[in-house]
Structures are given as C-alpha cells and as structure tokens.
Design a protein around this ligand. Structure first.
Ligand SMILES: Nc1ncnc2c1ncn2[C@@H]1O[C@H](COP(=O)(O)OP(=O)(O)OP(=O)(O)O)[C@@H](O)[C@H]1O
Ligand SMILES: [Mg+2]
Length: 366
C-alpha cells in the first residue's frame, strides 16, 4: 500500500500543509521542534490506533483552534481509497466517504508500522514493554486476541482480589478453584497466540537484523514462559498452569500476587547469542528494535496481503552510514517515511522525495 496525498489542518503545530509522497522513500527533515513527528503522528492516526503520544484529542488540535482535520488518499487492497479524521471533543472518521461509528473500524484498512524513539523501550525496559509489543501486534492480526486478553486480565485481577481477601488465612479450595480453572484456560489460549506469533516473527526479524548488519551479527528471539515443552499443546499448557496455580496458592497468598501465567512471561532478545538488553550497544539495541518492527511489518503483510507503510521517526541518528544504507535497501519495496534533522547522508542516496518542515509547514525539496 502507499499514500498518494496527505493533508493536515490545525493539527498540533501544522496549520495547513499537505504532501504528495513518493511511492518509495520520503525524507521528512528539519530542525528540532518544527513538526516532523507531528506529521508522522497525523499519518499514524489512520491506522485506527491511538496516537503514540497521547490519548487526549485536545493535545492534538492546534492551540487556539476548536477542531482539526486530516485527509489522506491511498492505494490499498487493489484500489484507490480515501479516509478523513476530524478531531474535536470526539474523533470522527470516514473511510471512502462513509462515516464509521468508531476509529477502531480503520484497523486493518490502513496497515502501518511505526518506529519511534519509545520503541527502544521494547529492548531496554522491563518485560511489560515486550509483552505490550506482542499484545498490540497480535491484536492487529488476530481479531479474537484482544478479547481473550481482556478476559485473562479480568480473571487475574479477580484471583488477586481473592488472594488479598485470604491474607493471613488458609485458603478455601472451593473459592479459588473456578478462578484458577478459568485463568488456566484463557492463559493457555494467550500462550498459544503468542507462541504462534513469535514463531512467525522470529525468522523475519532475524533476517532483517542480518540484512542491516550485512550478515555480521545475528539476532534471535525466544519466548520465555512456564511451559517448557518443545511443541505446544493447549491442553498440556492448561494442565500445567492449573496445577501450578493450585500448588502455589499459599505462596501467592503470602506474596499477594499470582506468580505464574502469561502476565509474567517475557521475550528474550539475543544479539550474537548474548542478551541485548544487558550487553547490547546503543546501535545494536536500536537495530534489534528496528528488526522487531520490520518483522512485525513482514508478518502483517503475510496475514493481510498488503504491504504496510513504514514510519521511522528518529531512527537514523544512532545508526552508522552502512546500517542506514542497508536499512533503506531492505525497505526498497515499501513506502517509507523517515524523519531526521540532518538529511545529508540520505539525500546523497538520491532516492524518493524529501520534504523540509519549517515551523509546521512542509515544502518538497527538489
Ligand atoms: N496542540 C498543539 N498546538 C500547537 N503546537 C503544538 C501542539 N502540540 C505540540 N505543538 C508544537 O509542536 C512542536 C513539536 O513538534 P514535533 O514533535 O513534530 O517536532 P520535531 O520536528 O519532531 O522535533 P524533534 O527533531 O525535536 O523531534 C513543538 O514546537 C510544540 O510546541
Ligand atoms: Mg520528533
């Protein structure tokens, strides 16, 4: 898929600006605080997801204005399409001039993958960030996943409430039994989705990593869970989790939380066989996060049949010239938007289009 026109009105510091992007690479450059990320954010909203910076419409609307309007024309699923977003105290969306009841209806219609500086937290921060990465990526391709996950979280909080209720007392087996059975049942289902996803993304992310390091370094992902068998069986996973929940009950009452389940699982990321979070350099960690995102794009393309738009906000700064060039080579068959302050290295490659953003106005540089 690719965007042919994008125009923005009263969105953050972008008063009234439009671009006609290239089908390939688009460089969005300018000094700090000029509106580059704002432009990327205005494209991202068409995925149907929340902004990656805020959930409040008021922050997206230009100061002093009452509303904001975004229009996009794009080619996807073999046809020309349009979408519009109007922001006021609500977010109203139209797809091909038909108004939708909720922005979530855009999910799957406008596939895009975003890398922003906060994407690095997948590699650098705690397991919660890695679980969040998986949960969002899976929700975008498996419509039933979000429901299963919210069911799991609800059951987990109910068992945790029971643990608090029995603090300092001996547990009543009959009280815990139904919650533990339900938790193990939804837990095994979440595990199945996640293992399937990791299986798909693993190879793609490793290939991307190898591509941007010209084969000099390797990248591997492993899903770290209570279930240790080499092949997955949902019933076995259910039994293991159910047994452990019962066995650990007294311990969980003492610690006041449920110590086993997908909410405790993690993703291990390895560069050349070593844990990237602990041993990776800045550039290696950035390459890992980038490879995960490129892996996400490849899986999204396989499942939806449509090549997602790639939004790279501030990716280039920590990558050396070689990695930058190899990254662009890997993205050669996709539409890409890259923001940066200094475009000289990218402009030398003489590919696609470049837009300079100055005080919220974009201008194509020829
Ligand atoms: N609601 C708003 N109304 C008006 N201006 C806003 C609004 N929200 C943010 N801004 C302004 O947008 C500018 C930041 O834009 P943006 O984050 O896109 O910068 P950038 O070009 O990506 O900079 P950097 O290179 O530092 O990342 C700031 O000057 C900020 O004050
Ligand atoms: Mg920025």
């Amino acid at each position: 898929m690719y965007i042919t026109e994008h125009s923005v009105k009263n969105f953050r510091n972008l008063e009234n600006t439009s671009i006609s992007p290239d089908k390939g690479i688009n460089i969005i450059f300018g000094e700090n605080g000029q509106g580059k990320t704002n432009l990327v954010e205005s494209i991202w909203l068409f995925t149907g997801c929340h902004s990656f910076r805020t959930r409040k419409n008021i922050q997206l609307i230009q100061d002093g204005c009452e509303s904001s309007r975004l229009d996009i024309s794009f080619f996807a699923f073999e046809r020309d399409q349009t979408a519009r977003i109007e922001l006021n105290d609500k977010k109203n969306v139209w797809l091909n001039e038909v108004q939708k009841d909720t922005p979530r209806r855009l999910i799957g219609e406008f596939p895009a993958v975003l890398f922003s500086p906060s994407t690095l937290s997948i590699v650098q921060d705690g397991p919660g960030e890695r679980r969040k990465f998986m949960d969002i990526a899976i929700s975008l391709i498996k419509p039933n996943y979000a429901g299963a996950l919210s069911n799991y979280i609800k059951t987990l909080s109910e068992r945790n409430a029971l643990l608090r209720q029995y603090a300092g007392k001996t547990a009543d087996e009959n009280m815990f039994f139904p919650w533990e059975a339900e938790l193990a049942k939804t837990g095994a289902k979440i595990l199945k989705y996640r293992l399937e996803y990791i299986d798909m993304i693993k190879k793609e992310a490793a290939e991307s990593y190898s591509g941007i390091t010209a084969g000099r370094e390797t990248f591997d992902i492993e899903y770290d869970t209570f279930y240790k068998e080499s092949s997955f069986d949902e019933e076995k996973a259910f039994n293991q989790m159910f047994d452990t929940l019962q066995k650990n009950r007294e311990n969980d009452i003492r610690r006041q939380f449920t110590g086993i389940g997908p909410h405790k699982d993690d993703l291990q990321l390895f560069v050349n066989g070593k844990n990237a979070r602990i041993y990776g350099s800045q550039g290696q960690q950035r390459s890992c996060a980038l490879s995960l995102k490129l892996g996400e794009a490849a899986v999204l393309e396989k499942i939806t049949g449509e090549s997602p738009v790639i939004l790279l906000d501030d990716v280039m700064s920590e990558l050396d010239d070689g990695r930058q060039e190899l990254l662009l080579e890997r993205l050669s068959n996709r539409q890409v938007f890259i923001t940066c302050c200094d475009p000289s290295q990218l402009l030398r490659l003489n590919k696609g289009k470049a837009f300079e953003i100055i005080a919220g106005t974009s201008q194509e540089i020829i």
